[in-house]
Each structure stands twice: as structure tokens, then as C-alpha cells.
Design a protein around this ligand. Structure first.
Ligand SMILES: NC(=O)c1ccc[n+]([C@@H]2O[C@H](COP(=O)([O-])OP(=O)(O)OC[C@H]3O[C@@H](n4cnc5c(N)ncnc54)[C@H](OP(=O)(O)O)[C@@H]3O)[C@@H](O)[C@H]2O)c1
Length: 238
């Protein structure tokens, strides 16, 4: 896709700290960006944050926690767009605090639901809507997918499982024209993070992640896994 002007895009998690920057970058390219969220308040905040940008922002209440609500969201996205050019999944949150042996079952279940099941349901609902010859699926992950992370074991385990999911998805979609990308990110200067004090100067901003995604989509890169850990590191490709 040489240009994203008028492209039909869904950003699942687009009302989150990383997702909102991705949404802004895509809007700057003139894309039509649909963002579902469980929170109407977050959707209103996103509309405010994106005011004045070109493109079209479409906000839609929606929940990827369970199959029924996810299917309902899929139907409403289909009614709006029919076919998608791009789907981005930037879902899940951070948790840390206890060693694995002390993690209670409620925390374990919640983290798996938010950081793994939501990703499974996002791909299950959004991939079938992608244009089978030219569509792209972009998965956002964190560096805990690839290293030990004491005191944040459940998040890191879910991230590692997401990586496995994306590699499998890419192989399964090989016979189609759909491209699959995973961005493995280091810490970011999200707006929420900046409220707690400055991050490191070499951390990426969410909009810079969005710009990298624009580059992947417009170049139609072949590689699946891309690492963007900090500006000090070169753009490494698996
Ligand atoms: N922040 C960082 O510094 C950083 C660094 C590296 C990687 N990452 C990666 O970036 C991605 C997003 O992180 P973030 O910092 O943007 O988190 P965030 O601000 O908490 O946003 C996460 C989004 O995930 C959605 N979500 C969570 N559970 C869900 C569920 N069960 N069903 C549907 N949606 C659900 C939320 O949707 P609602 O709008 O419905 O609440 C929210 O918009 C994650 O994959 C994370 O690993 C973040």
C-alpha cells in the first residue's frame, strides 16, 4: 500500500497509552481509523486528543474480553467498513509486584484474559475482515516477551505466548497476501508515564511507534518481528 490515505484501519487498544499515538500517526496519513474501547470516557478523551488531525476517527464501544462481545464488535466493524486494510492490536497492561510462587489465581486469570485472550480474540475477529490479498495485521508486544522478568512473570509469560501466536499466524497466513508484523517495544514515553516524571530521553514516543508502523505498511516489509527498544539501538530485524 503506497499510501494510507482513505485506508480502513482498526486499532484495538487505540484508546490506550501506546494505541493513541498509533492512531494519531495513522490519522496524519489520512486513514479512516476505527477504535473500539470498553470505556466511553477513554473514547471521548481520544477524540479530544485527535482533534484537528486529518483522516477520520471513528470511536466505537466494544469489548474483546469474551467471544460474545468480541463477535458483536466484529459485526459492527463489518457493518461500518465491510473489509479492512489494516488491523492493529495494542492490547493489555503492565503488572508487577510478586514472584511467580506468590501470584494468586485471580491475578493470574485477569492477566491472561487482558494480555493473551484479548489478543487471541482480536486476531480471531479482525483477521477474517482483512483484505485477503493486501491486508496487514500489526501486533504490538513488549520486550518481556523475550527475557526473564522477575516479579512480572505472568505479564512476561503472556507476552511470550503472544509472540508464539503471531509467528504461527504469519505461517498460517503465508498462502494469502496478508502481511503480519510484530513490533517488540522497549519502555515508551506514554502520556500516562510522563505524568509520573520524565522517562529516558532515548525512549520512543507512541507516535514514533505509529510512524514506524506507517513505514512497515507503506513499504510492505516481509519480516514479521521488528524490535524497537530504544533510540540507541539500531532498527533490528529477526
Ligand atoms: N507502555 C509502555 O511503556 C509499553 C512498552 C512496551 C510495550 N508496550 C505494549 O503496548 C501494548 C499496549 O500497552 P499500553 O501501555 O498502551 O497499555 P494501556 O494504556 O493499558 O492500554 C491497553 C489497551 O488494552 C485494552 N485492553 C486491555 N484488556 C482488554 C480486554 N480484556 N479487552 C479489550 N481491550 C482490552 C484497553 O482497552 P480499553 O480501552 O477497553 O480499556 C486499553 O486500551 C501492550 O502490548 C504492551 O505490552 C507498552
Amino acid at each position: 500500500m503506497a499510501s494510507l490515505e482513505g485506508a480502513k484501519v482498526v486499532v484495538a487498544g487505540g484508546a490506550g497509552g501506546v494505541g493513541e499515538g498509533i492512531v494519531r500517526s495513522l490519522l496524519r496519513q489520512g486513514a479512516r481509523v476505527l477504535v473500539p474501547s470498553r470505556s466511553e470516557e477513554k473514547l471521548r478523551g481520544l477524540e479530544e486528543y485527535c482533534q484537528g488531525l486529518p483522516g477520520e476517527l471513528i470511536t466505537m464501544p466494544g469489548d474483546l474480553s469474551g467471544e460474545e462481545t468480541a463477535r458483536d464488535l466484529q459485526n459492527r466493524i463489518y457493518e461500518r467498513f465491510r473489509e479492512l486494510d489494516v488491523a492493529v492490536a495494542s492490547l493489555g497492561g503492565w503488572w508487577q509486584g510478586k514472584p511467580l510462587t506468590s501470584v494468586d489465581m485471580a491475578t493470574w486469570d485477569r492477566i491472561l484474559r487482558e494480555n493473551l485472550t484479548s489478543h487471541f480474540l482480536a486476531l480471531k475477529m479482525l483477521v477474517p475482515l482483512l483484505h485477503p490479498k493486501t491486508g496487514s495485521y500489526v501486533h504490538i508486544n513488549g520486550f518481556s516477551a523475550e527475557q526473564a522478568y522477575p516479579m512480572a512473570g505472568p505479564v512476561a509469560m503472556a507476552a511470550a505466548a503472544q509472540k508464539s501466536m503471531v509467528l504461527t499466524l504469519a505461517e498460517e497466513l503465508e498462502p494469502t497476501g496478508i502481511h503480519v508484523y510484530e513490533l517488540i517495544l522497549g519502555p515508551l514515553q506514554t502520556r500516562e508515564r510522563l505524568l509520573r516524571g520524565p522517562g529516558q530521553p532515548d525512549w520512543y514516543t507512541p507516535e514514533e511507534i505509529g510512524e514506524q508502523i506507517v513505514g512497515l505498511l507503506t513499504r510492505r516489509d516481509d519480516e514479521v518481528v521488528h524490535r524497537l527498544l530504544s533510540k540507541r539501538e539500531v532498527w533490528q530485524v529477526n
